[in-house]
Design a protein around this ligand. Structure first.
Ligand SMILES: CC(C)(COP(=O)(O)OP(=O)(O)OC[C@H]1O[C@@H](n2cnc3c(N)ncnc32)[C@H](O)[C@@H]1OP(=O)(O)O)[C@@H](O)C(=O)NCCC(=O)NCCS
Length: 187
């Protein structure tokens, strides 16, 4: 490696926090500027798209979102309410017409717990998928590897650690199916 390459690498490392793939400037734009209340929602979506997030142009994101990386796909006419957290070190894929309540969290990472001296040692991650028409309640926590089925409802405050089948209401910690939801279009 040449001295110039070494210097460039050191400079990049200086502006990238340990464990992060994106440089600080990316976080500053995405989680500072664009997440602020000063930015209108339509402009926020345009900004996120420019920063590499795969948001349909009709997506509405309210202020205060915390987004870890570019691995976020959101389909048409979905809404992400205020202060949601996307720990999306691997893919979080949200379908069309999905509503996500205030402060919901999507955690794609965990740790291998085998080392007794460091239970939060080696990391592992798995994608999260939310299918079309689903609804995620405020404060819900969705853990890695989970798929929320089409038209399913996750109640406020639920902890989802297993897949939710389509058109069911899931509530509690851990979330359980408490009710079947109608599948005929009543609206
Ligand atoms: C789930 C929810 C939609 C209610 O749906 P519903 O079809 O009217 O459900 P019900 O009131 O019939 O409740 C069904 C069961 O789930 C339970 N339940 C409902 N919401 C619950 C919750 N958040 N946590 C735990 N249990 C819940 C009820 O107590 C009931 O249990 P029971 O049969 O033992 O009495 C509502 O409680 C909820 O969580 N809404 C989300 C609000 C929100 O976050 N909005 C976003 C704003 S941006």
């Amino acid at each position: 490696m040449t001295a110039l390459q070494q210097a460039r690498r050191a400079w990049t490392q200086l502006w990238t926090d340990p464990g992060e793939k994106r440089p600080i400037i990316w976080h500053w734009v995405v989680n500072g500027v664009l997440a602020s209340t000063c930015v209108p929602a339509r402009l926020r979506t345009v900004g996120y798209r420019m920063m590499g997030l795969h948001l349909h142009r009709s997506v509405l994101v309210r202020p205060g979102a915390s987004i870890r990386d570019r691995h976020l796909t959101v389909g048409a006419h979905s809404t992400i309410n205020g202060k949601c957290v996307f720990d999306n070190r691997t893919d979080v894929e949200v379908g069309a017409r999905v509503g996500i309540g205030i402060g919901a969290m999507f955690i794609t990472t965990d740790h291998v717990r085998a080392n007794p001296r460091q239970r939060s040692g080696t990391g592992k991650s798995a994608p999260i998928t939310v299918r079309d028409g689903a609804s995620i309640g405020s404060g819900a926590i969705i853990l890695s590897g989970v798929t929320i089925g089409e038209g399913a409802v996750v109640a406020a405050g639920a902890l989802v650690n297993r897949d939710c089948e389509p058109h069911g209401l899931y509530a509690g910690t851990p979330a359980r199916r408490v009710k079947d939801l109608p599948t005929d279009d009543a609206s």
